[in-house]
Design a protein around this ligand. Structure first.
Ligand code: 5BU
Length: 250
């Protein structure tokens, strides 16, 4: 039998970080735990997807360096408008993995200026505790474990990574394929209703499985949505599946 988990409302009661609070409030208000991963290559596709799936998601996850025609005015400004229009947050999946000084530069400078627009970012914790100090105004989702076949994030690594994540005030949660302590929000990619893998190492689980087995908080879905014939309908489908799986795990 599945263990009981804390509800989003119970997590909101104890959450301190403003980004964690907004995520939980948005999940409750929109009845969704879905994060759509917008791994598309043009600004037009990104904005089109964001407008279509916006009503059904708690956050849109970007890999902004995949966009071939990135421009702060024509990519980021309209994206921020869509985030406000549909009330979703922006998660940049940058997976920082360097020393603090370099991460600080990558976070705020270069052409993407992530600190100007992302509500929260992903980061490896391989650089150690101090490497996360630069993410002052955003939430950090620490990469604890990966979904891909053969990942080196074994149990020993995850235990050490978790210690960094739990002790750092900028960290709001972790990405993992394992259950993590309930004071951290759990984000789980590698979710698909129809597929079990992609032939390139990705491994998928269903929304039901990740809520029942991991008590995850947020599911991250990329190709299951943006490659669908009708991304809006697919997003609604994942939203409903994710929400039903969440309520069933309460
Ligand atoms: P997919 O199309 O649903 O397979 O996309 C999954 C997304 O989640 C993609 O942007 C990956 O970079 C991201 N991801 C992942 O799949 N697995 C992981 O362990 C981590 C991130 Br960390």
């Amino acid at each position: 039998e599945d263990k009981k988990r804390l509800s989003y409302a119970q997590k909101l009661d104890v959450a301190e970080h403003s980004v964690a609070r907004r995520l939980l409030e948005t999940a409750i208000a929109k009845q969704t735990n879905l994060i759509a991963s917008a791994d598309v290559m043009t600004t037009a596709e990104l904005l089109d997807l964001a407008d279509k799936v916006g009503p059904h998601i708690v956050a849109l996850k970007t890999h902004i360096d995949i966009i071939t025609d990135f421009d702060p005015d024509s990519t980021i400004l309209p994206l921020k408008d869509l985030a406000a229009k549909h009330n979703f947050m922006l998660m940049e999946d940058r997976k920082f993995a360097d020393i603090g000084n370099t991460q600080e530069l990558q976070f705020s400078y270069g052409i993407y200026k992530i600190s100007n627009w992302a509500d929260f970012v992903t980061s490896q914790v391989i650089g150690g505790y101090d490497s996360l100090n630069c993410f002052r105004n955003v939430g950090v989702v620490a990469i604890l474990g990966m979904s891909s076949k053969g990942t080196l994030t074994d149990a020993a690594y995850q235990a050490e990574a978790l210690k960094v994540a739990q002790s750092h005030p900028n960290v709001i949660g972790g990405v993992s394929q394992k259950q993590i302590p309930e004071e951290l929000l759990l984000f789980t990619p590698g979710v698909s209703i129809a597929e079990t893998g992609d032939g390139k190492g990705q491994q998928y689980n269903t929304p039901e499985k990740v809520f029942a087995d991991l008590q995850t908080d947020f599911i991250i879905v990329g190709r299951g949505i943006y490659k669908a014939d009708h991304p809006e309908a697919a997003a609604l489908n994942y939203k409903i599946a994710g929400w039903n799986a969440y309520t069933a795990s309460l």
